[in-house]
Write a protein that binds this ligand. Sequence first.
Ligand SMILES: [Fe+2]
Length: 506
Amino acid sequence: MSEESAKLLVVDDEESIREVLIDFLTMEGYQVKAASNGHDACDLLKVETFDAVLLDMKMPGMDGLELLDHIRTLAPGAFAIMMTGFGTVETAISAMKRGAADYVLKPFKVQDVIQLVERNLAKKALQRENIQLREALRLYELSEQIASSLDVERIADLLIDTAREEIKADGVALWVQSAESKAYTCERRWMRSDLDASHLEIMSSINVSALQKHAEEGVHIFHGDEARALLDHDAHSLFGVLSVPLVSKGDVLGYFVAFAFDDGASFLEGKRKMLAVLGGRASAAIENARLYQDLESTFKQTIQAFANLLEDKDPYTRGHSDRVSKYARMIAEGMGLDKAEVELIADSALMHDIGKLGIRYEDLNKAEPLTEAEYEMFKSHTTRGKWMLEPIKFLHNLIPGVYSHHERWDGKGYPLGLRETEIPLHGRILAIADTYDAMTSHRAYRRALPHDVAIEEIKAFAGVQFDPELVEIFVTEISLEKRAKKAKAQRWESLKAPSERELPAE
Ligand SMILES: [Fe+2]
């Protein structure tokens, strides 16, 4: 039998029935206790855990139906089997309605009772397995989501959701250690909407060094005075604190802390393992997210350094890379591309003329037209840009834009003379952004053109030099921006005092 150690409680006022049941059920391998009335049964249920209660319907004092109600609150995990005298099937059914799992009519054969117990224990085991399976599945899903996230905010959200749903926390705070100063700061907080500022203050004033003392033990639950000792001041409303240290390679990266306030439920030991697993996953994910962020900022810094170097070399293009990047971003966002792609295009724009670093650029910034040799040298900046980026693997995604930003829709561009959609999208976007900025800023050989003239020029070359669909997007986006800027300026003007406004010319 699989449930050998199941604990049963027999409640009957007839001694002979108690004895028979104790004998036979013990022979079956169960642990059996007995009580002769409802009150004694309740006392036992308060101090011991039972899997099942077999109770008599008719008892002096507290009857079976009343005892059923107590079983539900005192031993919610136990099932009840009602034993009832002949001819009272209806009462037996009402007992089932009040929560009994089954009933047996007296006089019974002991074998029938044993079968009922076995059947219900098997049912209970199955339910428990189902719950465990569901929990395991949920844990698996959550930890997969956490592990695949490279965003600390998203990881924090998942942890907070878990604390709310799984451990019914009233409040949650995520403390994360700064990579530089090693100090812990509260990065995220959440609390139940009906709580007030005093609870928020408690959550913020937890003493992290007090948590540190228990970090090695893993998930730690503090209740009552032990919880309140974590604060520097008195806070009677604090009832429980659950701390999950986020440890990666021996370093405590942070603490995930759940709070229970006065009338909140206490934290269950049973959730400790789940939180430990999630905490482990979250720590690894935070570590990864940090490495990724470092890599990303190295990437951005590298690009900015190259862009600065380029602009330093050529005063006429000061700010050009930044502006081209802004216009390219406008087009990419107007197309509805995803965030990562937009960033890539904006970065490619910052780097689009990087190949000019390798050529004698001073000679090219002159008022007179370029000689053919000079023009060839100028054109080589696209190929040189590609050649410069090739050895740097993490800049590879920028090559298409850098290499093809001088291709033309009609195939008359360089370096390859690609046509229409043969030209990589990044190149087609940069061509418009680059040309618009070149036209609207001063150059050695001409002054800046007004916005409207430049736009007409770009439109005139849609389908010739530029991708016509992208021109349409660019024209729409930039007019929207100009309009928004104008409206803002007008609004500020209207807010000025009359004396501050520009006086109309006499
Ligand atoms: Fe260029």
